[in-house]
Design a protein around this ligand. Structure first.
Ligand code: FE2
Length: 412
């Protein structure tokens, strides 16, 4: 396949992309030869696929079951999920997860990391998603996080279930220190998760400090453990919203540790602007971690959807640009250069957090995974929340979209 008239990020002019046997072969302004299979990008922006680095596929499409979250707090969400999960079956999880993955494919996502609740003695959701992972691999790479939603030390046999989940095939180990009964349990839970990941050669992704409490400081433990054990980029901390309320001298000290540890931060803009600040009257905190300042400090930040119609978040289309739109508004990343660069937050930075860089990017030798957006450049894409015209995976078209046409009279 030869793609013609492609705009590429950071490059002037129009480019041609030659794909053979599922891989990129050459990217140049002019490629010689008569390729039969030609796709005209029409001057549109071509980028690597979107990455969704934090979603809960076991919980999707359960909002309102058994009832809606009326307080809008994380805590009511966890209580509601504890009730709903008593009803899950393999078939129920697979059906809902596949519906969400279909939605993700339609948005141009090809790499997904899903958390899966392991505070279930049967580990039903994990067993279901391990099947889904195999069944969808032609369309998306799916990583599964063993995620102890109700705690490692605060839930009966939490630690044992977590290890069992890793043995069953989870790729990543999670924890939720701010939800554990005590601060001490929280610190210990992080150490257990990181040690387990080291023991089994897995990645780490901790739900960390997703609370407005400025004294929730588990991120320092996550980063210190990542640094001490040399796991570094293999470790991610999700949410880290308490950081919005840390005093600046402490945040300054913490940033140094984050740089040394080289861990990734994953922020979930729509979820956190919705869930956080619920105990505030006014002034009301924005509830997001310091994305702008983290990015300025060269700390890898990726952004994510987190939920699609579940007990924590009632909406959700998994449109990466909608998440990005929320992020750059809430975090005030609206300088021209910031807007242009922010596309990294839903592409390259997510690939880095998932550790899939070796197969990610439009470069000769890499798998031919790409998107053609209905946009001239990054600015245009972000401003218009542009849709994906083509999603190509290993050289094969897995999505083609013809944008809706509108006929209207023109004003003079
Ligand atoms: Fe989450």
């Amino acid at each position: 396949m030869l793609i013609k008239n492609a705009k590429l990020r950071g490059k002037q002019g129009l480019w041609q992309i030659l794909i053979q046997n599922g891989s990129f072969v050459e990217i140049a302004e002019q490629i010689a030869g008569n390729e039969e299979d030609v796709l005209d990008a029409g001057g549109k922006l071509v980028i690597p696929p979107y990455v969704e680095p934090h979603i809960h596929l076991d919980c999707v499409f359960t909002a309102g079951e058994p009832r809606w979250n009326e307080s809008g707090t994380l805590f009511e969400g966890i209580e509601l999920w504890a009730e709903r999960k008593k009803m899950i079956t393999i078939d129920d999880v697979k059906k809902r997860a596949k519906k969400a993955i279909q939605l993700q494919i339609s948005q141009g996502i090809q790499f997904v990391r899903s958390h899966v609740d392991t505070t279930d003695p049967e580990l039903t959701a994990l067993k279901a998603l391990l099947e889904v992972k195999k069944e969808v691999q032609e369309f998306v790479d799916l990583q599964l996080v063993a995620f102890p939603q109700e705690g490692i030390l605060s839930f009966p046999r939490g630690s044992e279930l977590l290890e069992q989940a890793v043995k069953l095939g989870a790729d990543v180990v999670g924890a939720i220190p701010h939800y554990e009964f005590t601060r001490e349990y929280g610190v210990e839970s992080v150490k257990i998760a990181v040690a387990l990941a080291e023991k089994y050669g897995k990645l780490v992704d901790i739900h960390c400090d997703e609370i407005d409490d400025p004294s929730s400081r588990f991120l320092e433990t996550v980063a210190a453990e990542a640094q001490r054990l040399g796991l570094k980029e293999r470790v991610s901390a999700s949410h880290t919203t308490a950081m919005h309320s840390y005093n600046n001298p402490y945040a300054h000290k913490l940033f140094r540790l984050l740089q040394l540890a080289a861990i990734n931060i994953i922020s979930c803009p729509t979820e956190n602007i919705h869930l956080q600040g619920r105990f505030d009257t006014f002034p009301k905190r924005r509830g997001m971690t310091r994305v702008k300042e983290l990015v300025q400090s060269n700390i890898n930040v990726a952004i994510a959807q987190d939920s699609i119609m579940d007990p924590w978040y009632p909406l959700g289309t998994n449109h990466p640009l909608r998440e990005l739109d929320m992020c750059i508004h809430v975090c005030q990343m609206m300088g021209y250069g910031e807007i242009i660069r922010s596309l990294d937050l839903v592409t390259e930075n997510g690939a880095k957090a998932l550790r899939v860089e070796h197969e990610y990017g439009i470069e000769p030798g890499k798998p031919a995974n790409l998107l053609i957006l209905d946009a001239e450049d990054e600015f245009d894409a972000i401003r218009n929340l542009s849709c994906v015209l083509y999603s190509i995976r290993k050289g094969k078209v897995i999505l083609k979209r013809i944008p809706a046409q509108t006929d209207m009279q023109r004003i003079s």
